[in-house]
Write a protein of this length. Sequence first.
Length: 404
Amino acid sequence: MDERIRDDFPILRRHEHGKPLVYLDSAATSMKPGAVIEAEADFYRKSYANVRRGVYELAAEATDLYEGARAKVASFIGARPDEVVFTRGTTEALNLAAWGLGETYVDPGDEVLVTEMEHHANLLPWQEMARRQGAHLRAAAVTQDGELDRDDLRRKLSPRTKVLALAHVSNVLGTVNPVAEVAAEAHRAGTRVVVDAAQSVPHLPVDVRELGADLVAFSGHKMLGPTGIGILWGRNDLLSELPPLLTGGEMVREVWLNWATWDSPPARFEGGTPPIAQAIGLGAAADYLRAIGMDEVRRHGEELTALALDGLLGRPYVTVYGPRDPALRGSLVSFSVAGIHPHDVATLLDQEGIAIRAGHHCAQPLHRRFGIPASCRASFYVYTTPDEVERFLAALDRVWEALR
Ligand code: PLP
């Protein structure tokens, strides 16, 4: 990775407690390059107006920028623009998916299948949908190595399973799930497949058609884009069957006092004034990642993950969760330090300027599966350097010496 990339991220010049910031929490949210900050600011400075409703030139320009951003994101994931719905983030996208699929396809006695490794954002919307529809929620197991138990998934997949929702990459274990193979199996059972791609689209080359899913959700803020913007991708024929989650302005064709007809996708799902500046910022983020090349982003992430894994596995006081092979992982490693609470580890690392995540990472059932209440997580992105990973490992030894 080109060293000059770091210069594009103004926040990385910060110091914490007198030490240069080592930011190892990109799985929670990524930092923003100047190009993204400027794209958003420029829109407010030069082209700001509401979209889709004005006939004047400024409104047309704002609409072009907003729709241009949709086209950039679509091409980033190998999709068509009319298949890309802007949401506030992965959470909203998955809620939209659960609402729409529930209303359309799920009846009392049906089943919805998730996995034990889901983020709460890909669990609670399905819990709620199953409760509303009188359906049963089941979960495919995770093996001790942190992989999806494919046999268990096969056992739980039946003609009653209306939806399978699973993560592409686990935000705790790092596991890259074989989504294309699993989706093919699910489709043979007549099941619709929803993929939480919050941790994959930012880090791996993802082509939604190769993924083979029916709906795919991800967030802008984890891929160098702004907060408040995310995506639900869906095949247009499927999106056309789903009802909206939010009703209101700009998502309708005809409105009478007692009834209304919905617009076609994606407008149907974007009721109200959308996050316009954020969408434009996300378009700039897609441009930035594309200029680096997603193969290079992946290669760099794998190199850093290999370095961190190697260092952590070589320390007897550390337990690592998830696959041992960096090729089977996203750009993150979760671990525990023997007898020391993850919050204490993170607090002491912070004293050295190193920011890692400690907690259950919004995956309580998964932590319960491994018999722990919480873990530490270090995660990496395009601006992370091997030197930073080495500094983290050396600082971890000092934490261990201080608290053992
Ligand atoms: N799914 C996974 C795997 C995640 O890692 C996250 C964020 O941490 C989410 C869903 C939720 O994303 P957001 O908070 O952007 O809606």
